[in-house]
Ligand binder design. Structure first.
Ligand SMILES: *Cc1c(COP(=O)(O)O)cnc(C)c1O
Length: 493
């Protein structure tokens, strides 16, 4: 008769077996059998793992130094696991473990994705994609030195603000201009430099939250400005502003309600009326346009997003807007308006803290050149997407559908402009639609799309996963189709 194994476990590097051995008759003997087996010995060396063929690609990607660290971590964890009594991992386990670590720890977390949401200016997905000329200009000044703050003509120190001012003034009609890190920074700078310790009058309906927790009243407070809200949420009259202006007033401010609309029983004075009142009282008028547009959006069947040129013309003394919303450029905040005020902003210590780097200045300049040359609609991806024709979108969606096959179908839908501009406005489009059905879990499918390299981001509406070609560049079509097909086949297998 064979001995029965009751229990066996590692204690350090000693393997203890508890055995029951039947002797003749009914008595059993208990044996404790101690084996000096060393499971740690089965672990490969760092060098063995490092030279494993399967890790060659990872090694090429991230370098030997980083990989050695990961291998040490993996082996360390394996030793700990053994110490707690678990069996030693196989070589395969270790290789996979190291690869997993490389994926989660070393792979850059910021990477390109395919935006198939149909929201053109998606803040979570990096807002405006840039024109080829913009990207080239950014690369060109980044690779080497540049005359960022050097006047080539005079051979002496120059101003980094000089590079954008002429262009911005030409395009908007303003007499002076500058740009900083983003529009939030532009507002912080403008209010801090010109209204700190004083009052700024603003309509109650405009003391809004823009998104991501960014609230106009908070920025005003942060700038040391005392906010004086006037009127009611839906109605503010010129006389409300008039009554609120006092000895301690520094400015009147208008904020464009970017991401919502108050409709119905509403009232607000025109910008020109507000400017006239402000100037009569010797105050500047600030206008935060949010997105602002340099192009009339009504030509695309959309509502009219306020235009920067119009604000300048209406008499706003400083106009603030983002350069990565409808402008279609890299992230920055632009301020255009009165020369004396812009000069004050440039001299303020915050200007240094919020200033643009050379790549952004070069990129923004290249983006603005498209407007100057009258080619913005053709060259800037944001405007190209806005102006895509429904027939072309239908053709793209049909091509996707044919390539993917059932259960994918086509459906009419709407694309959004996004970026806090034109709320409730949308453009007609055609979508690739994958319904929730037997064998297809669209939540899981959407997750697979996201985990792909590159990730594909769609949207789910009423249990249908939708992909909008409007926001997908044609050069991304092949990658998108491949992702959809492989994710679908994985689910059905
Ligand atoms: C988007 C927006 C901002 C903030 O601009 P950023 O460039 O994101 O800093 C400020 N005001 C309004 C009205 C906006 O729509």
């Amino acid at each position: 008769m064979r001995p029965a194994l009751i229990n066996g476990c590692f204690c350090g590097n000693i393997f203890v077996n508890l055995l029951l051995h039947p002797l003749t008759g009914s008595s059993w003997y208990v044996y404790i059998c101690i084996e000096v087996a060393n499971p740690y010995r089965t672990l490969p060396s760092v060098d063995r793992l490092l030279s494993d063929e399967r890790l060659k690609k990872t090694c090429d990607l991230y370098g030997q130094m980083a990989l050695v660290d990961l291998i040490r971590d993996e082996l360390g964890d394996a030793r700990q696991a053994i110490a707690t009594g678990r069996p030693p991992p196989t070589l395969n386990d270790l290789v996979e473990g190291v690869e997993r670590r490389a994926q989660t720890i070393l792979r850059p977390t910021l990477r390109p994705v395919i935006n198939a949401t149909g929201v053109i200016i998606q803040t979570n997905l990096g807002r405006a994609p840039l024109s080829d000329e913009t990207v080239s200009a950014m690369a060109a000044v980044s690779r080497g030195y540049s005359n960022l703050e050097f006047d080539l003509d005079a051979g002496e120190r120059g101003s980094r603000y000089a590079h954008l001012e002429n262009l911005l003034c030409r395009i908007t009609g303003a007499e002076a201009a500058m740009a900083v890190n983003n529009n939030a920074a532009a507002l912080l700078l403008g209010l801090s430099a010109l209204a700190q310790g004083a009052e700024v009058v603003i309509s109650r309906g405009q003391a809004v939250e823009i998104g991501g927790g960014f609230r106009i009243p908070d920025v005003m407070r942060q700038s040391g400005v005392h906010l004086v809200e006037v009127g009611t949420t839906n109605r503010t009259y010129l006389r409300d502003y008039e009554d609120a202006i006092g000895a301690n007033s520094a400015a009147i401010m208008r904020v464009h309600a970017s991401n919502f609309r108050i409709v119905g029983f509403t009232e607000s004075p025109s910008l020109a009326e507000m400017a006239a009142l402000a100037h009569e009282r010797g105050l500047p008028l600030f206008d935060d346009l949010g997105s602002g547009s340099l192009i009339d959006t009504s030509q695309f069947g959309l509502a009219r997003e306020p235009m920067v040129q119009e604000s300048v013309q209406a008499g706003a003394d400083l106009v603030f807007f983002s350069s990565d919303k409808l402008l279609g450029g890299p992230q920055a905040g632009i301020i255009v308006g009165r020369r004396d005020l812009i000069q004050q902003l440039r001299r303020h210590p915050l200007a240094r803290a919020l200033r643009l780097d050379k790549a952004t200045i070069a990129g923004l300049s290249a983006t603005l050149m498209h407007y100057l040359r009258g080619e913005a609609l053709a060259k800037l991806p944001v405007w190209r997407m806005v102006s895509l024709k429904e027939e072309d979108l239908w053709r793209r969606a049909r091509r996707w559908m044919r390539a993917v096959g059932p259960p994918a179908s086509m459906a009419p839908g709407r694309s959004m402009v996004g970026g806090g501009s034109l709320p409730e406005e949308s453009l007609p489009t055609w979508l690739l639609a994958i319904p929730q059905s037997e064998g297809i879990d669209i939540t899981e499918l959407a997750r697979r799309f996201r985990l792909n390299e590159p990730a594909v981001i769609g949207r789910i509406e009423r249990d249908v996963l939708l992909l909008d070609p409007r926001t997908v560049h044609p050069r991304e079509d092949a990658a998108l189709i491949a992702v959809v097909k492989s994710a679908l086949s994985l689910q059905r297998s």
